[in-house]
Design a protein around this ligand. Structure first.
Ligand code: URA
Length: 236
């Protein structure tokens, strides 16, 4: 579809529309090897637009996926130590995706990845208070006292946490399984909260993020979010 050239430049993130208009007026933009004029339109699927010598590429389709992250993958775009990256698990998609927030290297479960910067920023903003539920396996017994402490909030070195919701508790001889729901996203928060009440986490899996649940998605697999799910995430 043809669009005004200043709009295409702004969509590519090179400059504001106003600045792009300046570049056009100064003759710094070429369309199919001819100097563009203000008001010209172009279609990046067919026209070649050069801005200060740089070619504009057609905008990527925006996608968001839900991945069931396995243990032993890093939520980062690169790693000097050469560890495996979550982005490798979605590398068959043509878009270059980046993780929304983080799960620790050894945490499993629901992770969103997207190329939609606005969506990623919105979901990561603390103001949004998106609830996250984690399935926790801990060494030792979740005592009534520990449960109450977690439910009231725990003092960590970076301050008091908000109260957590504890549910689906199953206590075995040497281990406890339970679900813990929080809406904050501090570094290693669940592990640190558990440690603070005397529990050492041996397995941690995020099973819910807002209205999204992992469902039957196998470890290492991903699925595209539907447009309805993306719209619902935007309105969280
Ligand atoms: N809390 C943790 O401790 N680790 C995670 O990966 C996520 C939440």
């Amino acid at each position: 579809m043809q669009e005004r050239i200043q709009k295409l430049i702004a969509q590519a993130g090179l400059a504001s529309r106003r600045k792009a208009e300046d570049w056009i007026a100064r003759g710094q933009v070429l369309v199919n090897d001819r100097v563009a004029e203000l008001g010209d339109r172009a279609d990046l699927e067919v026209d070649r637009v050069l801005v200060n010598g740089i070619a504009l590429r057609p905008p990527e389709e925006q996608v968001a996926v839900m991945l069931n992250k396995p243990r032993g993958y890093l939520c980062s775009l690169r790693d000097p130590q050469g560890r495996r990256l979550v982005t490798e698990l979605v590398s068959d998609l043509p878009q270059r995706l980046f993780p929304v927030g983080r799960l620790d290297y050894n945490t499993e479960g629901l992770l969103l990845l997207t190329n939609n910067g606005q969506l990623a920023q919105q979901l990561s903003h603390p103001r949004h208070h998106v609830e996250k539920t984690y399935l926790v396996k801990a060494r030792g017994r979740l005592t009534e006292q520990a449960r109450q402490q977690l439910s009231r909030g725990v003092m960590l070195k970076d301050g008091m946490t908000a109260p957590a919701k504890i549910s689906k508790v199953r206590i075995r001889e040497k281990t406890s399984w339970f679900e813990l729901t929080i809406h904050e996203g501090r570094n290693r928060q669940v592990r640190r909260m558990c440690e603070a009440v005397g529990l050492s986490v041996s397995r941690l899996k995020r099973v819910r993020l807002g209205f999204l649940t992992l469902g039957e998605l196998a470890s290492g697999q991903y699925r595209l979010l539907t447009p309805a799910e993306v719209n619902r995430l935007k309105s969280l």
